[in-house]
Design a protein around this ligand. Sequence first.
Ligand code: KE4
Length: 436
Amino acid sequence: MSETRALPITTSSDALYARALGLFPGGVNSPVRAFRAVGGVPRFIASASGAYLVDADGNRLLDYVLGWGPMLLGHAHPRVVEAVERQARDGFLFGTSTALEVELAERVRRFYPAAERLRFVSTGTEATMSALRVARAATGRSGYVKLDGCYHGHADAFLMKAGSGLATLGTPDSPGVPDAVARDARIASFNDLASVEAAFAKEPEAIAAVIVEPVVGNYGCLPPADGFLTGLRALCDRHGAVLIFDEVMTGFRVARGGASERYGVRPDLVTLGKVIGGGLPVAAFGGRADLLARVAPEGPVYQAGTYSGNPVAMAAGLATLEVLESDPALFQRVEARTGLLAAGLREILERRGIAGAVNQVGSMWTLFFGPKRVATMADVRSADRERFAQFFRGMLERGVFLPPSAFESAFLSDAHREEEIDRTLEAADESLGGVA
Ligand code: KE4
């Protein structure tokens, strides 16, 4: 007989959501936060520290969303808080250059040498749309290859069979994207090099770029198959196309130098974000110096932004990368703990006879229900979303906050210690054991 467990109080989140529904589409400022894929009322978070969130009703939640990736150090890291407070006292925004952006860019380049030169922007969407514009300008071509299931933000060019929110919303295309834009996109399949070759074969002279999440994070966590990334590199070299690695999520996450370092493939352009802002709005596009030389005001490719290089955001990113630079073992440490969690979840699935797979790359992971192996987009699509939603609710009731969608990666921070892993596995075992 399972003990009856008191359900958490959520009256404040419920009341706030009722007000939010009258203000924002779906009551949220970004679709995935609405919990539509998992059911229930979204939790409104009041504060966070380390590996934990505290919601509007005071419920403490062990956090695996981590701001969708940025909080690698954990929430409210003292070094980052101190840097943000100090900079805020010296001013928030000048609309000029600052020493902070120079310092941060030099560190970014030390971690990610393929970013020979770069430009800061405020969101991943700005970074990817700008990178595509540079690739089109450099090649004089307008076509591009996008891999089904990869998500690159919400610019028109990328809202085709995107992963992340769109897939969860079950609308593979978004209304409002002109057909003229769609005509430039060639959708190939991740880990299916032949599908990319086929896209080039049709009109090799038409394709400006291949853009890819080198480790997919927006359709759950999906590692590249052996040879896939080197294959993309060779195809782009053969056809004079620009290889764009969208490492907004994987950069400074799957290795110090992101997927480029982990898999030894150098892109022509890279987009970065999340960790490099330490939780404040920082993203960047960068890459080969000759390509970046085309960007205004040095070159004719226009790109601009009021908040690009915002001093307070730069200070947060700088403090974050200073901590990472002073503690190179952090990546292995967090990856090892993620491995403990993944192994523990696999053991529970096995012991309880539940079909499923746990994918992990670095400190990104996803539990898929159904398929025993998830290596392609088709495998991801075959996963049981309803079973995930049930698991999500069971874990949330036990104080563990997973990404509210089967099509997202979960993350660990350096603040997730063995105690947090044990606590998560205990909650998972109970939840998967059907304990009410
Ligand atoms: P933003 O425009 O949301 O800052 O970044 C877009 C983006 C681009 N590229 C990759 C690889 C990304 O993961 C993202 C954003 N990721 C999602 C989480 N899957 C942001 C969360 C959200 O949409 O609310």
